[in-house]
Design a protein around this ligand. Structure first.
Ligand SMILES: Nc1ncnc2c1ncn2[C@@H]1O[C@H](COP(=O)(O)OP(=O)(O)OP(=O)(O)O)[C@@H](O)[C@H]1O
Ligand SMILES: O=c1ccn([C@@H]2O[C@H](COP(=O)(O)O)[C@@H](O)[C@H]2O)c(=O)[nH]1
Length: 496
């Protein structure tokens, strides 16, 4: 039994004090018993609880925790089962119109899965169909409430699906890279040196860790203890250089628009999926681009399309320093094109102190892709102001999202695409000796630009390769030698 030493005050109020008249009269309510020794914590002492009761309490808590954990795990299992059944039971859409309804009926948590499952059908035909319906709703002479709702739903859906497909494509590229990285680590003779090299190249990220975890789990499952142990050690080594914000992407951390959709849906369990689409639209006012295509506008004001000539657009793509700008100057001189360098246009925007200047500067310093709505509008303005119909658009589109935004707003695809294929070390060498005072021509930024090129720009090149528009140019050699690969392409086109 604990020995009590009652100090100058106690917790007893008037009633409580009555029974112990020998010691107490009335004592103030807010005073307390001071325990000199109270190991069981019976009297609320702040001293360490080392006694038997504390142990029992601790055990009870553990049991409760275990119950809670089990309940949670059951819940997760049930939810997984519910989703599996739901996925199997859904009839997959065929036409763009069916796709729209299908996505409108998709729960936010299922978006990532559905985008991946239906990625091949989330193509230009689908986005054009969606754009046409949006155009009809936007330009309707009078809009009913139902039409307003539909417009809000579709606008949100368009943004989510553009963002989602871009993230999905990036993830596919990442996955291939991650598999290569992991193979490199696991087969390396000097794992430590390999890891250090990979840190240098910014190749250690969360996707790599996830793949490693999957392999560790598999090794355990199949009883390969030594392999699992080795990979666990590698995991610890990989983990240390990864900072939490390094690789947060739309899907992984619930960030981005999909994350917002999910949060919005969670916060209003009662609401239908369709209501969710409408509410989340308010989150992305900036993403809304002008609806009518440049070509239509040009036609209306007597621009390129009405001169009896249709615009001829060439996208000029390739990594940083691959020589795009140098070759564009030669094409302009020889074939009378107008050269629009997206990078130059953005840099001019910074110098003109526009409202987006600071944001663009930050993106360029980090080698990131400036949001499509900004770049597309600027390119659009340039095209409109120039009295020519032949354009070289250099260094754009930088991503699938850029590409889709351009095609949607300008209303046409490029006629051809030039891709300057150049080895990384040559590009780095050229950029570092360019000496034009660019904020992004330094070792740190060039690494980031190369990563962004591989992750976001290559899928665009892949897309146009599949549609037969790409002319691949070997970008090694003198500028004149390289131009001799380009000359026949345009000569032939001009003759046609
Ligand atoms: N064939 C070549 N051989 C060697 N150096 C070259 C060659 N072509 C261009 N360069 C030089 O390499 C640097 C980068 O070239 P350029 O600016 O044309 O590349 P870019 O692809 O437009 O780069 P960025 O995308 O970074 O703007 C320049 O200093 C240029 O003079
Ligand atoms: O369409 C574009 C073009 C460029 N950027 C940004 O500008 C820099 C520099 O571009 P260069 O083509 O090398 O001049 C690039 O790294 C991007 O940050 C862009 O975002 N979108």
């Amino acid at each position: 039994m604990a020995a009590l030493s009652i100090g100058s005050a106690s917790t007893f109020g008037r009633t409580g004090a009555r029974g112990i008249s020998s010691i107490s009269r009335w004592r103030p309510r807010n005073s307390c018993i001071r325990c000199v020794w109270d190991p069981e914590g019976l009297f609320g002492s702040k001293q360490p609880q080392t006694g038997h009761l504390a142990r029992i309490e601790f055990k009870r808590r553990l049991e409760k925790d275990a119950e809670a954990r089990e309940a949670f795990e059951n819940h997760v299992r049930e939810e997984q089962e519910r989703r599996r059944i739901l996925r199997q039971s859904r009839e997959l859409p065929e036409t763009p119109a069916e796709m729209i309804e299908y996505f409108l009926d998709t729960e936010a948590q299922e978006l990532e899965f559905e985008i991946a499952r239906l990625r091949p059908r989330l193509n230009q035909e689908f986005f054009s169909h969606l754009q046409i319906e949006l155009g009809q709703l936007k330009f309707a002479v009078s809009r009913t409430e139902a039409m307003e709702d539909r417009l809000a739903e579709l606008e949100t859906m368009q943004k989510v699906l553009l963002e989602g497909t871009e993230a999905h494509d990036k993830m596919q590229v990442d996955l291939i890279k991650v598999k290569e990285s992991l193979t490199k680590i696991l087969t390396s003779k000097d794992v430590k040196a390999t890891l250090l090299e990979m840190v240098e190249r910014n190749e250690l990220n969360r996707s790599l860790l996830a793949l490693l975890d999957e392999n560790i789990a598999n090794a355990h499952k199949t009883g390969q203890k030594r392999a699992a142990g080795f990979m666990e050690k590698v995991r610890v080594a990989v983990l240390s250089p990864i900072r939490p914000s390094d690789d947060e992407r739309i899907f992984s951390g619930g960030v981005g628009l999909i994350g917002e959709v999910a949060k919005t849906q969670k916060s209003a369990i009662q609401s239908t999926n369709r209501e969710m689409w409408r509410r989340v639209v308010s989150l992305y006012p900036l993403l809304s681009l002008s609806n009518s295509s440049v070509l239509h506008q040009m036609q209306a004001k007597g621009g390129i399309a009405s001169k009896g000539k249709t615009a001829f657009i060439t996208f000029v793509l390739g990594g940083p320093g691959s020589g795009k700008g140098t070759q564009c100057a030669k094409i302009v001189e020889t074939f009378g094109f107008t050269h629009l360098s997206a990078g130059d246009i953005l840099r001019r925007e910074i110098s003109s102190n526009s409202e987006n200047g600071a944001m663009i500067l930050d993106m360029i310093k980090e080698g990131k892709v400036v949001p499509s709505e900004v770049t597309v509008k600027l390119i659009q303005k340039e095209i409109e102001s120039i009295d020519n119909y032949k354009f070289l658009i250099d260094g754009f589109p930088r991503s699938e999202e850029n590409r889709i935004a351009f095609e949607r707003n300008i209303g046409m695809e490029p006629n051809i695409v030039l891709f300057f294929d150049c080895p990384e070390d040559e590009m780095v060498k050229r950029v570092l000796s360019r000496n034009e005072g660019r904020v992004d021509d330094n070792v740190d930024t060039i690494k980031k630009r190369l990563n962004v090129f591989a992750a976001l720009n290559l899928p665009v090149i892949k897309h146009y390769t599949e549609t037969g528009k790409v002319h691949k140019i070997n970008a090694v050699g003198s500028a004149d030698e390289i131009f001799e690969q380009i000359r026949p392409i345009f000569t032939e086109l001009m003759v046609k």
